[in-house]
Design a protein around this ligand. Structure first.
Ligand code: SF4
Length: 403
């Protein structure tokens, strides 16, 4: 089905919106990922040609240009309805708003403390056995809540100067590194040849067991997932991929087909969503999203609490909301569909799993648990020698012990 996005919709169906706002473009150009990149929406005039902006959005475009660039691929832009609806979950993710220029007391430029864990420019070594390799500062489109907006898009105060040769030497010398995650920016906007060379340089390092690519390209630019690119990626197994989908409407027919091409290449796919106010901070939206992801052969992997990135307070929602969503998913749908909710601990503490309180009580003799229906069960503790140290969940503890 080809249709312009005219309403917000619930996103349950897989729909193609091509060519949408670009009816004059021939299909062969539309399906060319380089055409998509060249024709991104990057200016206020281009935006206003297609959609009716609110004052907050117009001011946001005019005033946020030195923080994070505006760029949206035609494919993704077609998901935005024309009418003035600044609350639309797709436009909230990619069209700047004036609130981006405001700062809250909690805001940080580098919320995950990456810069202080960089032994080589562009290589973040925070966990003992794995590294994050920032291979570019460019993406197909820019997310207004990007945790790396200090460097991504090339317009902010800070620049990314990845030293590739130094990074390769570091990785060769550090035999404890078994897992390399390529991110940035987005490595999949490189040419096939450059991706081939990059993976080809990493794969022969014998202690590197596992390569991963973190990418939003299959969602912003599904045309990039060509059979030729898949052929390049297939040479470097085991290669895993984390994609980034926040709202079910992002899963269009083209995106589903691109994800299927990757899955058919033998690449295990996981999804990382960011919990965003007015985008996906409700159970129904998340339930639809995780079900559609499974249909695209993508395992919902993480839901991130939005990092404390500068100018993102208007997109942040409560931690309680994230817990409520997990509570509504766990037990109520397929286990594979339930992601792990995490907070990336501010300042560089790494990902901390946040779960609803399923453990009500635990000592050396027993553990008391509740299931998704709220029913309470006991299981005998069999450890014996190991002394259990546990702080019971406050709201259940008294109720269980004294009722
Ligand atoms: S695709 Fe990823 S790195 Fe690029 S702007 Fe979005 S969140 Fe940031």
């Amino acid at each position: 089905m080809v249709t312009l996005a005219t309403t917000t919709g619930n996103g349950k169906a897989f729909i193609s919106h091509a060519p949408g706002y670009w009816p004059e473009v021939a299909p062969e150009l539309w399906n060319d990922w380089k055409w998509q990149l060249k024709n991104r929406v990057t200016t206020l005039a281009q935006l206003e040609r297609h959609v009716d902006l609110s004052e907050e959005e117009r001011s946001g475009v005019l005033l946020s240009g030195d923080k994070l660039a505006l760029a949206v691929t035609p494919h993704f832009f077609n998901l935005i309805p024309r009418r003035k609806n600044p609350d639309d979950p797709i436009r909230r993710q990619v069209i700047p708003r004036i609130e981006e220029t405001w700062t809250s007391p909690y805001d940080m430029a580098d919320p995950c403390g990456e810069d202080s864990h960089m032994p080589v420019p562009g290589l973040v070594h925070r966990y003992p056995d794995r590294v994050l390799f920032l291979v570019t500062d460019r993406c197909a489109s820019y997310c207004r809540y990007c945790t790396r907006s200090r460097v991504v898009s090339g317009v902010g105060e800070q620049e990314l100067h990845t030293d590739f040769e130094e990074a390769f030497r570091y990785l060769e010398a550090h035999t404890e590194v078994r897992d390399v995650l390529l991110s940035g920016g987005d490595a999949l906007i490189f040419s096939d040849d450059k991706i081939d060379k990059l993976l080809g340089r990493l794969r022969p390092i014998s202690h590197i067991e596992f390569l991963r690519i973190g990418t939003r390209v299959p969602i912003f630019l599904p045309q990039r997932i060509t059979p030729k690119l898949c052929g390049v990626l297939a040479k470097y197994h085991p290669l895993w991929m984390s994609v980034h989908v926040n709202h079910p409407r992002e899963l269009t027919i083209e995106v589903k087909e691109a994800l299927e091409r990757l899955a058919n290449t033998g690449i295990p796919l996981g999804n990382q969503s960011v919990l965003l106010k007015g985008v996906n901070d409700d159970l129904e939206t998340m339930m639809t999203l995780v079900h559609k992801l499974l249909m695209c052969r993508v395992r919902p992997y993480y839901i991130y609490q939005c990092d404390l990135i500068n100018g993102s307070a208007h997109l942040r929602t409560s931690v309680a909301k994230g817990i409520e969503i997990i509570e509504g998913l766990r037990g109520h749908t397929t286990g594979y569909a339930v992601p792990q909710f995490v907070i990336d601990a501010p300042g560089g503490g790494g990902k901390v799993p946040i779960n609803p309180g399923y453990i009500l009580y635990h000592d050396n003799e027993k553990i008391v648990i509740r299931n998704y229906e709220g029913k309470i069960f006991e299981y005998p503790e069999t450890g014996g020698e190991q002394s259990v140290q546990f702080a019971p969940q406050r709201e259940y503890h008294d109720e269980y012990l004294y009722s």
